[in-house]
Design a protein around this ligand. Structure first.
Ligand code: 5GP
Ligand code: ZN
Length: 119
C-alpha cells in the first residue's frame, strides 16, 4: 500500500484532516494533541505528528524536528492539564508493545500515581 493509501484509511490522519471528531487539547504547526477515546488515567492525551509515519522511530528518522515538536507539545499538554506532580509519556512500538494504531503517537498519562515497572 502506498503512503497516500495508508493515510487515506488511517484513523489518526482522519482526525488531522478533521474528518473524524476528536476532543482536541493542543495544536502546533507539526502536531495535534487530542484526548484518548478510551482513557487509562484521569488525563490521557495522544500527541501525533500531522505527517503519517508508522511509529516514533520512523518519525525520528524522517523528521527529527517534528519528533521534538511532539515532545514539546506533550509538555504543553501536561502544563495545560495541570500535571505538575508528574506524568508519563509512552510510545508503544510494534505488536509486542501493544501498538494498535500505526500512525506515530505518544501517550501523555497523568492525574494518578503510576506503577513501575509498567505492565
Ligand atoms: P496504541 O495502542 O497504538 O499505543 O494506542 C492507540 C490509542 O488510540 C489507544 O489508546 C486508543 O484508545 C486510541 N484511539 C484509537 N482510535 C481512536 C480514535 O478514533 N479517537 C481517539 N480519540 N482515540 C483513539
Ligand atoms: Zn496516519
Amino acid at each position: 500500500m502506498s503512503d497516500d493509501d495508508q493515510s487515506q484509511s488511517c484513523p489518526f490522519c482522519r482526525i488531522v484532516r478533521g474528518e473524524v471528531p476528536a476532543k482536541i487539547a493542543f495544536e502546533s504547526d507539526h502536531s495535534v494533541a487530542f484526548h484518548d477515546v478510551n482513557p487509562q488515567a484521569p488525563t490521557h492525551v495522544l500527541v501525533i505528528p500531522r505527517r503519517h509515519v508508522a511509529n516514533v522511530a520512523e518519525l525520528a528518522a524522517a523528521a527529527p524536528v517534528e519528533l521534538a515538536d511532539a515532545f514539546s507539545s506533550a509538555a504543553a499538554v501536561a502544563a495545560q492539564q495541570g500535571l505538575e506532580r508528574g506524568y508519563r509519556i509512552v510510545a508503544n512500538t510494534g505488536p509486542q508493545a501493544h501498538q494498535t494504531v500505526y500512525h506515530a503517537h505518544i501517550h501523555v498519562l497523568g492525574g494518578r500515581s503510576m506503577a513501575w515497572p509498567p505492565g
